[in-house]
Design a protein around this ligand. Structure first.
Ligand code: PLP
Length: 361
């Protein structure tokens, strides 16, 4: 028997979340599948969404080619664009849509001699990470229009603080800057990530870009009564089993660094998963876990291959062999992330060493 640790991916939840994103956005939506679909398996997720999705978005060309190999024929937007001339060739060959965010990428397009391309001109509307300055956009647009091998030009920007619902000023300023920069330009526009799809209707344009919400997490849910956010279904459930148990007497510590000391006689369950699998080592005592459907908590430091949970108040027959949910339907990944001083994105992307089991394919 192999180690009982696995990650379940609920493809019907993925499909339902995509449908919610599309309804909320009211126009076309890219399903963002970069970083192996945020750790969910890009090819399986793309195939599950193939009949529904208007298009997909990934970070770089190799990620897009993996989707084409999986039989995906829908548009694929490459968010970081080309790293070199070979990327431009491959994009033309496989009909990928390239973001263009810096001068060297415009030069590559000017030198390109293959099939014509649809490109997305990236506006730096205030995030100041990548993109052309807003006031220079008409000039760059004109230069791209002069490229014989550029067939279509759309515009795109990214919002830095759309998850800050109580702080509208930076997002409103970005929207204003984007609208000003693209005012007289033809082509599609794309602005909204998940937080903006959920919470900023004024940011909705021709294409949304749904990442996190696709996987069932709303980064801006905590202070909103947004019905779409509440209806999202977690796609990923990280699971393991109790493989050993022991009693601690009051005063005895458990694990590295003795970060937990029993205040009473405590039944400890050992779970066959650790930080090498992606459960964060920084998780403190008291982080929720579900054991055989009962909510309890972590105690002691997370090790590389195992971690410890409190079974004291659970029914006696729940012990070795009991199923443990680290995050998923019962324990929100956002709660584990917050306790560990990180974000759900990072936890999802870091799951490794455990098999993926697809449900509801
Ligand atoms: C340019 C761009 N668009 C869209 C997304 C999707 O964002 P989210 O996962 O918050 O929906 C990302 C994610 O990092 C991104 O970099």
């Amino acid at each position: 028997m192999s180690r009982p640790s696995w990650v379940e991916i609920d493809l019907s939840a993925l499909q339902a979340n995509y449908a919610s994103a599309r309804t909320a956005h009211g126009g076309r939506v890219f399903a963002v599948l970069k970083a192996n679909a945020y750790g969910h398996g890009a090819q399986a997720c793309a195939q599950a969404l193939a009949a529904q999705a208007d298009g997909f978005a990934v970070a770089f060309v190799e990620e897009a080619l993996a989707l084409r190999e999986a039989g995906i024929s829908a548009p694929i937007l490459v968010l970081e664009g080309a790293f070199g001339a070979d990327d431009v060739q491959l994009a033309a060959l496989h009909q990928l849509w390239l973001v263009v965010h810096q001068a060297s990428q415009v030069t590559l397009l000017e030198q390109h001699q293959g099939a014509p391309l649809h490109v997305w001109l990236k506006v730096d509307s205030g995030m100041h990470r990548v993109g052309f300055a807003a006031q220079d956009i008409p000039g760059w647009h004109a230069r791209l229009s002069d490229c014989p091998q550029v067939a279509q030009i759309s515009t795109i920007t990214h919002l830095a603080r759309a998850d800050e619902l109580g702080n509208p000023q930076p997002t409103e300023a970005q929207l204003h800057a984007f609208d000003q920069a693209t005012r007289d330009l033809p082509g599609w526009r794309s602005v909204s990530n998940s937080a903006a799809i959920l919470a900023w209707p004024q940011a909705h344009r021709d294409w949304g870009r749904a990442g996190l919400m696709l996987y069932g997490v709303a980064s801006c849910a905590s202070n909103t009564t947004n019905g779409t956010a509440a209806a999202l279904r977690p796609v990923m459930t990280l699971k393991s089993r109790i493989f050993a148990q022991r009693w601690l007497e009051a005063g005895q510590p458990v694990g590295y660094g003795a970060i937990f000391t029993a205040q009473r006689r405590t039944r400890v369950g050992l779970v066959a998963i650790g930080y090498a699998d992606g459960y964060p080592r920084s998780t403190p005592n008291g982080t929720p876990v579900a054991v055989a459907g009962h909510l309890t908590q972590t105690i002691g430091r997370v090790s590389m291959d195992m971690m410890t949970v409190d079974l004291t108040d659970l029914p006696e027959d729940i012990g070795i062999g009991a199923e443990v949910e680290l995050w998923g339907r019962q324990v929100s990944i956002a709660t584990v992330a917050a306790a560990s001083h990180t974000i759900a994105y990072e936890l999802m992307c870091h799951v490794q060493r455990v098999p993926r089991v697809y449900r509801n394919a």
